[in-house]
Design a protein around this ligand. Structure first.
Ligand SMILES: *[C@@H]1O[C@H](CO)[C@@H](O)[C@H](O)[C@H]1NC(C)=O
Ligand SMILES: *[C@@H]1O[C@H](CO)[C@@H](O)[C@H](O)[C@H]1NC(C)=O
Ligand SMILES: *[C@@H]1O[C@H](CO)[C@@H](O)[C@H](O)[C@H]1NC(C)=O
Ligand SMILES: *[C@@H]1O[C@H](CO)[C@@H](O)[C@H](O)[C@H]1NC(C)=O
Ligand SMILES: *[C@@H]1O[C@H](CO)[C@@H](O)[C@H](O)[C@H]1NC(C)=O
Length: 280
């Protein structure tokens, strides 16, 4: 235990200061008992793994660290992964009748969301349904809450909502490679990074499509708690996931022919279990 405590102070503080500069008090995230208040915004047609991938990591972490969760939507209650309608359809036909619709329960509406340290914004096919319906609730929530957050994270086309909220202006970001052109059409003065598993710019982290959110979450928590954090390492091994640890590893930018993608980039990646080398 003492060794662990010492490790926190050795590793947590420098990583933390590098990450958040003056925004955070020293060592705050690493102290036993310090809580992390996580919010996840959802909307009809959210991509399941965009939510549940990062959530699995926070969930596993919550057995060891004080993490609270608010699932936030326009209204409290169940929210389906099936979009309300297919973008471009001119009538009431859903167009996605055969799509599965697993649901998550929103615990809070946007107007009654608790104070958050971290907000995670997923994407999914419903992002364009929101746009077609002129529904700005997600981006309005981001806009109003951003100033109070320590960190804002997006997965996949969640970055479209961030761009529309204006918070990516002057920043680097990435998004879903399979819908790159349409997604990057949003926002002003955003430097969209074509080859990136995830991008960190100040207190905003954006990831590429779907599964990339898990890798970003691991990289983010490493920044928060420090490289040497034993709890985080064991959490990743508990969930038996070997994260991609290079932010610029992105073969999907080539698969999806993203303009400007680095086609010469190596596909070599580091995906051994966290801490494997040291412990073997
Ligand atoms: C977790 O954090 C919350 C909010 O700060 C606090 O009310 C609660 O007592 C903490 N729980 C534990 C087990 O530390
Ligand atoms: C509604 O739109 C879908 C395609 O979006 C089309 O297949 C269907 O025939 C339309 N239904 C009616 C009643 O117009
Ligand atoms: C993003 O990419 C994934 C996989 O490439 C896809 O399943 C998903 O629907 C895409 N679109 C949006 C709008 O998120
Ligand atoms: C959304 O806004 C556009 C432009 O103002 C308008 O043409 C369209 O009818 C609106 N759509 C809905 C569903 O309200
Ligand atoms: C656009 O962003 C860059 C940083 O990427 C910044 O230097 C520049 O001032 C911004 N321009 C405008 C018009 O906001």
């Amino acid at each position: 235990m003492a060794r662990l405590q010492r490790a926190f102070f050795l590793f947590c503080i420098p990583g933390l200061l590098a990450a958040v500069g003056a925004r955070e008090t020293e060592g705050q995230w690493c102290k036993a008992g310090h809580s992390l208040s996580l919010g996840i915004s959802v909307f009809p047609g959210f991509e399941p793994l965009d939510v549940f991938g990062p959530l699995e990591v926070f969930y596993a972490l919550s057995y060891h660290r004080n993490v609270s969760l608010a699932v936030i939507a326009k209204e409290k209650g169940l929210v389906s992964s099936r979009p309300p309608f297919k973008t471009g359809s001119k009538n009431a036909t859903n167009g996605y009748e055969n799509a599965l619709g697993p649901r998550i329960e929103a615990t809070h509406s946007f107007s009654e969301a608790p104070v958050l340290d971290v907000l995670l914004v997923p994407g999914g096919r419903g992002t364009s349904a929101l746009e077609q319906a002129n529904d700005t609730s997600v981006e309005d929530f981001i806009k109003s809450t951003f100033g109070q957050l320590d960190f804002l994270l997006s997965v996949c086309t969640g970055a479209v909502s961030l761009a529309k909220a204006g918070v990516l202006s002057g920043r680097r970001a990435t998004t879903n490679k399979s819908v790159w052109k349409a997604a990057t059409n949003h926002g002003k003065n955003v430097t969209w990074v074509p080859t990136a598993r995830w991008v960190e710019d100040g207190n905003i982290w954006t990831s590429s499509g779907v599964s990339a959110g898990i890798d970003m979450t691991y990289a983010f928590l490493r920044r928060l708690y420090g490289d040497g954090d034993e709890i985080l390492k064991s959490v990743m091994n508990e969930i038996e996931y070997a994260p991609h640890t290079k932010a610029d590893w992105d073969p999907f930018s080539v698969v999806h022919k993203v303009p400007g993608a680095n086609t010469m980039a190596s596909l070599a990646d580091s995906t051994t279990p966290v801490g494997y080398d040291e412990n073997s």
